[in-house]
Ligand binder design. Structure first.
Ligand SMILES: C[C@@H]1O/C(=N\OC(=O)Nc2ccccc2)[C@@H](O)[C@H](O)[C@@H]1O
Length: 473
């Protein structure tokens, strides 16, 4: 009887909570479209990219974080906002943009060698300078000494390397007379209406000119002026998706009618994936709420555009590999930023990193590409990934224990069929069962100088039936 009362009580509590949660769901006209995790081919491919490249390039690469010998201590691509350089002086950098060492092929080959499978490229950053010959403003590459479209050769070069292109677009546009941080007056409202049409025109122009682009990466959408455009942005997102079926748009594009961004007022993800992981990585699977996501990361602490003085901590290859492994182990992708110089060349430190990462990926990319969260308890030695559509498990090892034994905890009905180093598949490793669900994978060589991958091929485990190991507490 007690059990029955308890279960009735539990059901009442549960349904009350459920009802309460339902009750808290508010009616939204411009919230998430709640399509859930996309299962179409374009998004499934995106989900499995693993590693990407970000490119921040534009007029800001000319000063490179410095003006008249003085260093700007913010992010180099924000130098126009610094009072150390007059706005008009910055804006006239358009007449100096002549990247004689720009070589789209070289950029794409560098990304290919790194093992990047997608690239996000700035078409227009906050300063409003367009790397394509937009017909909706004069502030474009067409009116620079370079004259020629930059985006077309880049899209073609990356497509040729089999690297999918995502177009970065900053809604905030410091150059456009209609841009406003907030809408306070009638004049603001009239000016911003013109700005909204300009934005729509440029986005449809980009989708028309570069039809192979798989997505749009929106930025500069945090100010009140844009947050107040829930209806317009919602309609524009729908229009772009209709214009380019399969287009990938993240959670940073629009706010709901209550001004909620990334997640609407009911806590539901906006767009196709979470775009909030900028220079930060989730720590546990609960942090990603079952959504698709990627992390975009700078090599220095916070420089996206080229900065002459790479100050502070510059991330090493092993740090970046560990970030990549951690992202994939939690079901996301890792996107590493490159900030090419004003002359169009990629700086040597970035070229070196791309080659070092690529060198590791050559042997180990099987543990990164088309892999997902393995659902296993995190261990100190590193990160688990699981091949999508298969039971194959990968252990990406960064910290070899002094015992040389890598602990693995599996579900009760699973044991280890075989385990081996990805780099030496013929050499089987000894998997010792230390309890019903725990194993030690014994490494033969514990003097690893580089991160490495152990492959686990799990098999079903017949239930042993005995309970000797169940502690009587
Ligand atoms: C990828 C980066 O994206 C940005 N900003 O991202 C943000 O998320 N900014 C932000 C975050 C929280 C509050 C306000 C702005 C840009 O400002 C930056 O230059 C770079 O392009």
């Amino acid at each position: 009887r007690t059990f029955l009362c308890m279960s009735i009580f539990t059901c009442c509590v549960f349904s009350a909570q459920q009802a309460d949660a339902q009750a808290q769901q508010i009616e939204l006209k411009h919230g998430s479209h709640r399509i859930g995790k996309r299962t179409d081919a374009v998004m499934q491919k995106w989900r499995g990219y693993g590693l990407g490249q970000f490119i921040h390039w534009g007029l800001y690469a000319i000063p490179g974080g410095e003006w008249n010998g003085k260093q700007y201590n913010g992010a180099a691509e924000w130098i126009r906002s610094w009072n150390g350089i007059p706005k008009s002086t910055y804006d006239s950098l358009i007449y100096k943009f002549n990247p004689v060492n720009f070589n789209a092929e070289e950029w794409a080959v560098t990304a290919k060698q790194m093992g990047a499978r997608y690239v996000t490229i700035t078409t227009k950053h906050h300063d409003g300078f367009c790397l394509w010959p937009s017909k909706y403003t004069r502030y474009t590459i067409a009116n620079s000494p370079w004259k020629k479209d930059i985006m077309k050769p880049l899209v073609d070069a990356y497509d040729k390397q089999g690297i999918d292109v995502i177009l970065y677009f900053s809604v905030m546009d410091w150059n456009h007379p209609g841009w406003r941080y907030d809408i306070k007056t009638k004049e603001d409202s009239i000016a911003f209406e013109g700005f909204k049409q300009f934005t729509r025109n440029q986005l449809l122009e980009l989708l028309t000119l570069y039809p192979t682009a798989k997505g749009l990466w929106f930025d500069g959408t945090w100010d009140k002026s844009w947050i107040k455009q829930a209806a317009f942005a919602d309609e524009l997102e729908t229009e772009m998706r209709k214009f380019r079926p399969g287009l990938i748009i993240g959670s940073r594009f629009r706010a709901d009618e209550n001004g909620k961004r990334h997640f609407d007022s009911n806590g539901v993800l906006m767009g196709d994936y979470e775009q909030g992981w900028e220079r930060k990585i989730p720590n546990k699977i609960e942090d990603v709420h079952g959504n698709d996501w990627d992390c975009v990361m700078t090599v220095p602490e916070n420089q996206w555009g080229y900065n002459k003085a790479w100050k502070g901590h510059i991330k090493t290859r092993n740090e970046l590999l560990e970030m990549t492994a951690k992202c994939v182990s939690l079901g996301g992708n890792f996107v590493l930023n490159f900030g090419p110089q004003g002359d169009g060349a990629i700086r040597k430190e970035e070229k070196q990193l791309a080659a070092q990462i690529g060198d590791w990926m050559k042997t180990n990319s099987e543990a990164i590409y088309n892999c997902e969260y393995a659902g296993l308890e995190k261990q100190d030695w590193g990160y688990f990934t699981k091949k999508t559509g298969s039971d194959k498990l990968y252990m990406i090892v960064f910290n070899v224990p002094v015992s040389g034994a890598l602990k693995v905890k599996l579900p009760a009905n699973t044991s280890i069929g075989k385990s081996y180093l990805l780099a030496q598949p013929a050499q089987l490793l000894n998997a010792e069962e230390i309890s019903g669900t725990e194993y030690f994978i014994h490494l033969k060589n514990t003097a690893a100088g580089n991160p490495f991958v152990v492959v686990l091929e799990p098999t079903a485990k017949k239930a042993s039936g005995n309970t000797y190991d169940k502690a009587k507490t």
